[in-house]
Ligand binder design. Structure first.
Ligand code: MG
Length: 378
């Protein structure tokens, strides 16, 4: 058997939200397409993978991936892939939906095994839920689920036979199995898997992400971010550090309240999210942030983490200065940061060091702060 695969990725579906068709959207650190392609290309039985993409998406195709342009319908796209395989000595072909990103080695194994005895083989799952007939929102009857299956891909075929069947088909068939059966091919049903879902809705994306993480042995997405900030001293009688006003012989100079510790923590969270820094979200050129209390920035970073599905599990902040002494205020800072971040105090570390009278902090020209944040997505 010499096996090729056609990855059908020419659809325009954006039901998952966003403006890009779903196969080009991000999923578990890569794109839906990349996962589907990788599943096929890395299987030892698959010699070649041809992607079929929409003309508008040609630039999305990674280097080194063979791609042809699809047609107006799924059947036309499959045909374009089959034409690209003509005269290349392949004996069999797998045809796979680009949106089934969680394809496992086992399913490909099962389809390949089915092709040893049949002209066609396709994965499916027996229907296990009760089936109803509905009318105007009410149950109007029940339907036996005996011998009913939910079809999946990749669907495997004798290449010459499916190419001939597609040439004679009228483009109305639901899938390639329907085309094969119309041409008289026997199609073996092999075992599919619940995880081999077609990624369509935002819920599907969340589920597929969990499946892919489990498949690759990564149970959690753990991220670290760091932040560093400096503010110079100016005249005044207090500094604000980690939300606490500390009496001093000087103040800190800055566009906002110059809370150097809170800024470092905020940048650490943005950093973990690969979301730049405070300046990106709150441009200093924008007058409305002049003198702003820095908890606005910190709350925004925390909300962004939550929106992206991350839990902040701890932060560690080091203030670097000779004066004022931080120790007596550290507990108040921890408690204030805990309130702003809605994070337990034992997950918030505020500590301080001097720089042994060296450098700008040693000369008491300003205060520096360094912070680390850990974010976890289960
Ligand atoms: Mg700052």
């Amino acid at each position: 058997m010499k096996l090729a695969a056609i990855l059908v990725a020419a659809g325009r579906g954006t039901r998952a939200g966003g403006t890009l068709p779903k196969q080009w959207q991000a999923l578990a650190g890569r794109r839906v397409f990349d996962w589907s392609y990788q599943a096929l290309a890395s299987h030892p039985a698959v010699d070649t993978v041809i992607a079929v993409v929409h003309p508008d998406d040609a630039s999305q195709v990674p280097d080194g991936v063979e791609a042809v342009l699809g047609g107006a319908t799924r059947a036309a796209s499959v045909k374009a892939g089959l034409v690209a395989l003509e005269g290349r000595s392949f004996t069999h072909v797998l045809i796979h939906d680009g949106a089934r990103a969680c394809l496992s080695t086992e399913i490909i194994d099962a389809v390949v095994a089915g092709l040893q005895t049949h002209d066609a083989a396709a994965p499916a799952l027996p229907v296990s839920d009760a089936l109803w007939l509905g009318e105007a929102g009410e149950v109007a009857g029940t339907q036996s689920r005996e011998n009913l299956y939910r079809a999946q891909t990749p669907q495997g075929f004798d290449l010459v036979k499916i190419a001939a069947a597609h040439k004679n088909a009228d483009n109305t068939a639901a899938d390639d199995v329907a085309v094969a059966r119309a041409a008289g091919l026997a199609v073996a049903i092999v075992e599919g898997h619940e995880d081999n879902l077609k990624v369509t809705t935002p819920d599907d994306f969340a589920r597929a992400e969990r499946i892919l993480r489990a498949q690759s042995g990564v149970q959690m997405d753990i991220r670290l971010g760091n932040g560093f900030d400096v503010h110079a001293f100016t005249t005044g009688n207090a500094v604000i550090l980690c939300g606490v006003t500390v009496p001093h012989t000087k103040a800190l100079l800055g566009h906002s309240d110059a809370d150097v510790g809170m800024h470092a923590v905020t940048d650490a969270i943005y950093g973990a999210l690969a979301e730049g820094d405070i300046g990106r979200h709150f441009p200093p050129s924008d007058a409305q942030w002049k003198g702003a209390a820095s908890d606005i920035f910190l709350k925004h970073a925390c909300e962004l983490a939550l929106e992206r599905g991350y839990t902040i599990t701890n932060i560690d902040c080091t203030l670097i200065c000779e004066q004022p002494k931080i120790g007596p205020h550290a507990a108040a800072m921890q408690s204030e940061m805990s309130r702003i971040m809605a994070l337990a105090p034992d997950r918030i570390s505020i500590k301080a060091t001097t720089s042994e009278r060296l450098g700008f902090t040693g000369r008491e020209e300003g205060i520096a702060a360094l912070a680390t944040a850990t974010l976890v997505k289960p």
